[in-house]
Design a protein around this ligand. Structure first.
Ligand SMILES: Cc1ncc(COP(=O)(O)O)c(C=O)c1O
Length: 456
């Protein structure tokens, strides 16, 4: 079928509920390699978002693809009630790495997607805190679209129409310093936002703390170390340390959602390592299999997840710890042990951030740029450099996706993703394997997109 007939068929037979449908018509791609997607006319689209950071190691990564092919010929199917070597070795590798990094023992639990693993973490938290169902989470936070995950995700848009399944979280302002929710300035605020959170526990009249029983009504705080869908917002130094000390004093667990920022996206294996705190639970997914299999999972401290606390059957999915997923994930983790991805992510990220700063100097519509490792942001604003300009951001994506950009006499497209509280942030998550020439091409293409969008 050609693209026109495919689109007609999609309009008639595909649910739109599982897609974004930002672009009209949506774009159809037919193959991918490295940092590029190719459309039917074989126009290369340089991808700067890599399936929302699921493909950190490049499309068609030969080593990871080979691991999948080997497993298909070896042990492709196995019910979760039985064991296979790859699952055990993968869990050991992750748990041992976390023990080396944070000095804590724990266990790994698998499931079939980020949201499902968030659901599992909610069970762990409720179980460990005597069934308490109230959670703190951040404004701008995103933890998935299943019912439980939506209840701790800030956007009401994802809950509207479905009623309440569980208690929705109490949403706390994230330290979004470019748009500080308290109107403070980063250089002299002394982390006023954490003081505001700590204040909730000063008196029982602030509705979260029973001073006599010395217990909080809230079981856990769900955090993304760097907000993903919220627009790659990076918290200031010291923020998480101060927040964690409040949580520890009040016996509230910290659940670290690394689904988007894990696996070196933000320079370190886990993004939270940048902020000098030890989480109680880590949830991961996406890049674990480089997008080849929906395997995801969590790590939890031994006290929370030992077989007495969380016995067999506490959660189950037919496809959790499936052999194809665990085989690729094991190869990913081994690959990450063998090369210095940390240096690579910080070095390439620094180069790109410098390029973004240069673009900011030359294009008035770029209000803010920031980055940590290979998680980078570009905020598109009006003439005052601050008012979010959503329409301009949409125009940029339209131009980028048109596939009509040109560098060195060759046609290109550019795959961009929009995030942020006001949908005016271009969130950049290039492949960690991107080459120097591709980074330079990315900056040239962004320059062209900004120029054309502003001229419109
Ligand atoms: C931080 C974060 N948490 C949870 C999820 C949900 O994961 P999934 O889409 O695999 O269900 C996502 C997905 O974008 C995410 O970015």
């Amino acid at each position: 079928m050609d693209d026109g007939r495919l689109l007609q068929s999609e309009a008639a037979h595909c649910s739109f509920g599982d897609t974004v449908h930002y672009l009209e018509p949506p774009k159809i791609f037919s193959r991918c390699e490295g940092s590029f997607l190719y459309d039917e006319a074989d126009v290369p689209f340089l991808d700067l978002q890599m399936w929302y950071s699921a493909v950190n190691f490049g499309y068609g990564n030969p080593r990871l693809n080979a691991a999948l092919k080997r497993q298909i010929d070896h042990l492709p199917q196995l019910a979760s009630q039985y064991l296979h070597r790859e699952k055990i070795e993968l869990a050991s590798a992750l748990a041992q790495r976390i023990e080396r990094t944070f000095g804590m023992t724990g266990r790994i639990h698998f499931n079939v997607g980020g949201s499902q693993s968030i659901e599992d973490s909610i069970k762990l938290v409720r179980n460990a805190r005597s069934g308490k169902s109230l959670m703190f989470a951040f404004e701008g936070g995103y933890h998935g679209r299943t019912l439980g995950a939506s209840s701790i995700t800030s956007s009401y848009r994802y809950r509207r129409r479905y009623g309440h399944f569980g208690d929705r979280a109490h949403f706390v302002p994230f330290p979004y310093c470019f748009r500080c929710p308290y109107g403070k300035r980063r250089d002299d605020c002394n982390l006023y936002c954490v003081d505001q959170f700590a204040r909730l526990f000063d008196s029982e009249y602030h509705a979260v703390w029973d001073a006599k029983a010395e217990t909080s009504e809230f079981a856990a705080f769900y955090v993304e170390p760097i907000q993903g869908t919220g627009g790659y917002v990076i918290p200031p130094p010291g923020y998480f340390e101060k927040l964690k000390s409040v949580l520890e004093a009040r016996k509230i667990l910290m659940v670290d959602d690394e689904i988007q920022m894990g696996f070196y996206r933000a320079g370190k294996f886990w993004a939270i390592e940048n902020f000098n705190v030890k989480p109680d639970i880590i949830v991961f997914g996406k890049a674990l299999t480089n997008g080849l299999n929906p395997l995801a999972g969590l790590w939890a401290r031994e006290e929370l997840i030992n077989p007495t606390a969380f016995p067999p059957g506490s959660t189950h999915s037919t496809f959790s710890s499936n052999p194809l997923g665990t085989a690729v994930a094991l190869e990913t983790v081994q690959m990450l042990d063998e090369s210095d991805y940390e240096t690579m992510s910080f070095a390439k990220g620094a180069y790109l951030l410098q390029g973004l700063k240069d673009l900011q100097r030359r294009h008035r519509i770029v209000g803010d740029v920031d980055g940590m490792g290979m998680a980078l942001r570009m905020e598109i604003c009006g003439d005052d450099g601050f008012t979010p300009d959503r329409a301009m951001t949409d125009r940029m994506v339209e131009i980028a996706m048109s596939g009509n950009l040109e560098v060195g006499g060759k046609r290109y497209g550019l795959v961009l993703d929009i995030g942020g509280y006001y949908k005016n942030v271009v969130t950049l998550a290039p492949a960690l394997t991107i080459t120097q020439a591709e980074m330079d091409l990315a900056l040239l293409l962004l320059d062209q997109v900004l120029e054309r969008a502003a001229r419109h």
